[in-house]
Design a protein around this ligand. Structure first.
Ligand SMILES: C[S@@+](CC[C@H](N)C(=O)[O-])C[C@H]1O[C@@H](n2cnc3c(N)ncnc32)[C@H](O)[C@@H]1O
Length: 190
């Protein structure tokens, strides 16, 4: 995604981060040299001098449970009048789901102890966002995947999502959930 964005906005500075150093190394090798990468833990407050105008987070939010702190941590990485875009599966039904599972083919511990696929409801998110002073406004933007985006089911990894047609819409599903993806767009003022 950073490569794509760099192609569209070559005059902007781009930074990429992840908690896993090996993923950062791989990203460095595969993307444009002008994109800067660093290891970062989004469950902690910003401990660098870097603040960005736009923070984009894809597929990370649903890993964690303390979403109020998580949003505060994104804000600590955002400039005064910045934006935060959080992409992932969310619930449209006012139901919050905290998932723990065991993938019997790929488990290391043998226990039902794998996570990372919580589904936060837009309703709960809204109540949290209203409590955060720095969030000036918010928007929930549904993600409609194009029909020609076709990803197949891989038997060996049932947690990896694949596409299905549901009522004429191209949706992602995996062994755990049928996913309604949203971009949570926050306008920050601090
Ligand atoms: C589902 S993947 C999404 C990766 C990428 N954003 C994408 O869309 O392809 C989740 C990513 O979140 C990273 N991650 C998990 N916990 C994190 C944390 N506390 N801080 C930063 N990154 C984290 C993982 O290492 C993993 O690369």
């Amino acid at each position: 995604m950073l490569n794509y964005l760099y192609g569209k906005f070559p005059n902007c500075n781009f930074y990429g981060s992840d908690i896993i150093p090996q993923s950062i190394q791989l990203a460095k090798e595969k993307t444009n040299d002008s994109i800067e990468y660093f290891v970062d833990d989004i469950t902690k407050k910003n401990d660098t001098q870097l603040k960005c105008d736009v923070i984009i987070s894809v597929g990370v939010f649903q890993i964690y449970e303390d979403i109020n702190s998580l949003i505060q941590n994104y804000i600590s990485r955002t400039n005064e009048d910045g934006y935060i875009l959080i992409e992932g599966p969310f619930s449209e039904y006012g139901v919050d789901v905290n998932i723990t599972y065991r993938d019997n083919k790929n488990t290391k511990s043998g226990l039902i102890d794998q996570g990372g696929w919580n589904v936060w409801s837009l309703m709960h998110l809204e109540s949290q966002l209203k409590e955060i002073q720095e969030v000036e406004s918010y928007e929930f933007i549904p993600v409609n995947f194009p029909d020609d985006l076709q990803i197949g089911y891989k038997k060996e990894d049932p947690l990896r999502s694949w596409t299905v047609n549901i009522d004429g819409k191209n949706k992602f599903v995996n062994a755990l959930i049928l996913q309604d993806h949203y971009i949570i767009k926050l306008k920050v003022s601090q």
